[in-house]
Design a binder for this molecule. Structure first.
Ligand SMILES: Nc1ncnc2c1ncn2[C@@H]1O[C@H](COP(=O)(O)OP(=O)(O)OP(=O)(O)O)[C@@H](O)[C@H]1O
Ligand SMILES: [Mg+2]
Length: 477
């Protein structure tokens, strides 16, 4: 059992760090200076500035304020490269080989007076060289593997920086005598369908290796949990931790809410289900925790809930890509060229407020004309696509059970998305006794828990640091 733990939720856009600084201290977010500022969200951005005599790396907020230009490289969205493996069609092709085989090269060769015979010879030579290489046992790496290796190197640098930041912030916390540098860490990962054991996934291994190489010590018994599971626990417990007779006190953790009621009288109220839908920058994460009939009495963490979870790469960066494709290319290029932090504001204007933005000399992006309509249609289609995923994921509840619905992630802040998700979750035989999410309207006869950014954005990090995930403490209702 770890008495204390950090939890890093590496977001493709923002990284959040949770902390339980004593066995039963409530979970908190590191660098939580006030709910308006969301300073606990560390931009997962790295800038390499090569404009001076030697390259300088910048991270987080500082990096997020820089624009890419000559000599300034902005590295963002590298989380997805960690988890992307080679496609089945080109398992080992290098970028150069792909180019050599491409029609683009045939066209270029024509333009530059290279005859088809010469091009054919070049291609044959490369194929022969590759065969020679294979016979030596050397495997040429493919593009996805190269990107993955590069992302792992970025992750290492990022976690090293993050550790300094986190320890600096912790030094300000009122806890005399505690050595924060000794506290182990748990990391959360997307729940892609890679089999039951996420720790065997290559992306997870790269992530935990980067974390340890950067100086963190992994939690001894449960170093990795999935984002959706941690998110569910974070929101349902709201970070509460408490023990009773040396065990996690579930009654206090879950505030004697619907979970406790249904868990204590399964025949009358059960089953209890918590559905979490997190619309993030890279993925939407869908989770359903179904409390086992005897779950609250279990001393084995794996036996408290049946957990169904799925991560689909349909986050806000997918919406951005669709929008870039329907607006004039120069406006898309202008948006892409924005400093990372300013692009956040563009998203809020275009997707949430549905207001146009001014793009220097290019005029307005969006608005009430055809361009604005095209963007709105992208947002609506994105919302419909998410709704389809929600429908595919959730079973029919047959009108039974005590169920809670939790909406989180930056994307849940977009009203069109939120409405589509709520509608898809609550059709057919599915109903929820309590709904948690941002900006929810109170409705007569329904329990609504309006979540602030600490939980819509930080729920995964807070949940991952929960006492709930200390297996040796599990099992006291
Ligand atoms: N009201 C809003 N309207 C539009 N976009 C928003 C709003 N609120 C937040 N966002 C965007 O949501 C994005 C995703 O935030 P979030 O913290 O959920 O992603 P993440 O955890 O980094 O991603 P992932 O979990 O997929 O790796 C932010 O980068 C921000 O631009
Ligand atoms: Mg996230």
């Amino acid at each position: 059992m770890a008495e204390r733990v950090f939890c890093i939720d590496l977001g493709s856009e923002y990284t959040k760090v949770g902390l339980r600084r004593d066995p039963s201290a409530d979970g908190q977010l590191v660098n939580d200076t006030g709910i308006e500022d969301t300073d606990f969200c560390y931009p997962s951005v790295i800038v390499v500035d090569r404009s001076g005599p030697s390259p300088v790396a910048e991270f987080g907020k500082k990096a997020a304020g820089r624009k890419a230009s000559n000599g300034i490289e902005v590295k963002s969205n590298w989380k997805q490269d960690l988890f992307t493996t080679a496609g089945p069609d080109e398992p080992t092709a290098t970028p150069l080989e792909t180019f050599l085989r491409s029609d683009d090269l045939t066209r270029l060769a024509g333009q530059h007076g290279i005859s088809p015979a010469q091009l054919g010879q070049l291609r044959q030579m490369v194929t022969a060289a590759r065969e020679l290489l294979t016979s030596t046992g050397i495997r040429p790496v493919n593009r996805a593997a190269q990107k993955q290796d590069y992302a792992a190197a970025l992750a290492h640098r990022f976690f090293h920086w993050l550790r300094q930041e986190v320890l600096r912030e912790c030094a300000r916390l009122p806890s005399a005598g505690l050595n924060y540098a000794d506290i182990p860490v748990r990391v959360t990962v997307p729940a892609f369908a890679h089999g039951a054991d996420v720790t065997t996934n290559p992306g997870c291994r790269l992530l935990t290796t980067a974390v340890t190489n950067a100086g963190w010590r992994l939690h001894p018994t449960l170093p990795v949990v999935t984002e959706p599971y941690a998110n569910a626990i974070g929101v349902l417990t709201e970070g509460r931790n408490a023990t009773k007779k040396g065990k996690a006190d579930y009654g206090k953790l879950f505030a004697r809410g619907p979970l406790i009621t249904a868990g204590k009288d399964h025949a009358k109220y059960g089953p209890y289900r918590a559905v979490v839908i997190d619309v993030g920058g890279y993925t939407i994460d869908l989770t359903m925790l179904t409390l086992r009939p005897d779950g609250l009495l279990s001393t084995d963490l794996d036996r408290v809930f049946d957990v169904a979870q799925k991560s689909v790469p349909l986050g806000l960066s997918a919406l951005d890509a669709r929008v870039f494709a329907v607006i004039p290319p120069e406006k898309a290029a202008w948006l892409r060229g924005q400093a990372w932090q300013d692009f956040d504001g563009c998203r809020v204007s275009l997707y949430t407020e549905m207001k146009p933005i001014r793009s220097g000399t290019l005029g307005l992006i969006g608005g009430s004309g055809p361009e604005g309509n095209a963007i709105r249609e992208c947002v609506e289609q994105f919302a419909r696509d998410i709704a389809v995923e929600v429908q595919k994921f959730l079973p029919d509840f047959g009108g039974r059970g005590m169920n809670e619905l939790i909406l989180t992630g930056g994307g849940a802040g977009i009203p069109v998305v939120r409405a589509a998700v709520l509608a898809a979750a609550t059709v057919g035989g599915r109903s929820f006794i309590k709904v948690h999410g941002p900006e929810l309207k109170k409705e007569a006869g329904k329990l609504v828990n309006e979540l602030d950014a600490r939980f819509t954005r930080g729920g995964t990090a807070v949940g991952g640091a929960s006492l709930y995930f200390e297996p040796s403490l599990a099992g006291s209702a």
